[in-house]
Design a protein. Structure first.
Length: 382
């Protein structure tokens, strides 16, 4: 089966990945001007993002319930809500407004995240094809293009609200593409008296969730703070700052698409350990970079290494749960994973307030090393 056949198979969840990539890419490329427009410092911005993550976690916990009722309409509805939310950040002029808007944005993104990964895991198990890296790689490439486009638009002097409105319109188009996706098996579809889901293997879910959490934390730290690090500490302009999250997205996409073709021939645990170690090295290079060029190189290496963490953790977990438990397992692992977004803002903002962004990225490098040193030995026992 060709890559084109795989793309047709995952059209609906891939539209979700693309929508999220557009929204968060534009956001990452616009962080410095968002902070200036709302008057937020590092700590205030971190607090607002922390509040928004609470909304995402609550939405992800409820997403399987909503997806079961909306069925084929779940993905289009969730993506449309995402588009509506991300039309608004460019209008915020205060920290309170920004926090409230990002609460809605993160909640919408959380529902899309759960639905698209649950559909993708279902299709991967049903087809026997390695689809996670392909879809996550698509997200990374879309994210990179969106971040660079936002930086170019900022450099051209376009108002912030118009940049986010453009992202919302593109995302709304993705809602149309997502129509007619796969219907997941649910508890209600089982025969009367049968146990449709079976017990949820919480050890598997938690281990996968923690790996995803560390991967998301490294991604979020770079997405939200790399442009600021380049512009504040290394003298880059608007386009140069946006180039950092752009390189992250490009190298993450390259790593995931490369993994798509060879993942069946590699040892999964070895790939996870090598990826986490490489990402830690990239974060350390970015933290210590004396020039923008070295900073860009560090974020590029970080992206290539971190690219394998989330998709391979989802794939590892998806092969160890029953089909009808898969949506719930993905939901719960994603909730744990999004703790990376929950922990990322206070970690980055707090360390930046006290020690600076260089120390904050150094802390990210240390956390990434927990994957090969602590988590992989535990996963090997499962």
């Amino acid at each position: 089966m060709s890559v084109l056949s795989d793309l047709r198979m995952i059209r609906a969840p891939l539209a979700g990945f693309a929508g999220i990539g557009v929204c968060w890419g534009v956001f990452a490329g616009s962080v410095p001007v968002v902070m200036a427009q709302t008057g937020l410092g590092d700590g205030g911005f971190a607090t607002a993002m922390l509040i928004s993550t609470c909304g995402a976690i609550a939405a992800m916990w409820l997403a399987p319930w909503a997806e079961e009722r909306l069925r084929r309409w779940a993905m289009p509805v969730f993506i449309a809500l995402l588009a509506c939310g991300f039309a608004l950040p460019g209008l915020a002029t205060s920290g309170v407004q920004f926090g409230a808007i990002m609460l809605c944005c993160a909640a919408a993104a959380g529902t899309v995240d759960v639905a698209m990964n649950a559909q993708l895991s279902h299709l991967e198990a049903k087809s026997g094809r390695p689809l996670m890296n392909l879809a996550h790689g698509g997200y990374s490439l879309v994210y990179a293009c969106a971040a660079l486009t936002a930086g170019i638009a900022r450099g051209a002097g376009l108002p912030l609200w118009s940049i986010f409105m453009g992202a919302a319109l593109v995302t709304l188009a993705m809602a149309l593409v997502a129509r007619g996706g796969a219907v997941l098996p649910h508890h209600g579809s089982a025969a009367p008296g049968s146990d449709a889901r079976g017990p949820l293997p919480w050890v598997v879910v938690v281990l996968a969730g923690v790996v995803i959490c560390i991967g998301f934390l490294a991604e979020q730290a770079t997405e939200a703070w790399s442009a600021l690090h380049l512009e504040r500490n290394l003298g880059a302009g608007a386009v140069g700052g946006a180039l950092a999250p752009t390189l992250l997205g490009l190298t993450m996409g390259a790593g995931r698409l490369a993994g798509q073709g060879v993942i069946g021939r590699l040892n999964g645990a070895g790939v996870l350990g090598a990826g986490a170690g490489l990402a830690a090295f990239g974060a350390l290079v970015a933290a210590l970079a004396p020039t923008a060029l070295i900073g860009w190189a560090g974020f590029a290496v970080l992206g290539f290494g971190v690219s394998v963490l989330a998709p391979m953790a989802y794939a590892w977990m998806g092969g160890r749960v029953t089909p009808r438990a898969r949506a719930l397992a993905v939901s719960r692992a994603t909730v744990i994973g999004y703790a990376g977004f929950f922990l990322g803002p206070p970690l980055m903002g707090g360390l930046s307030e006290v020690f600076g962004l260089r120390a904050a990225f150094g802390a990210v490098a240390l956390l990434l090393l927990a994957v090969p040193l602590v988590l992989l030995p535990l996963m090997a026992r499962r």
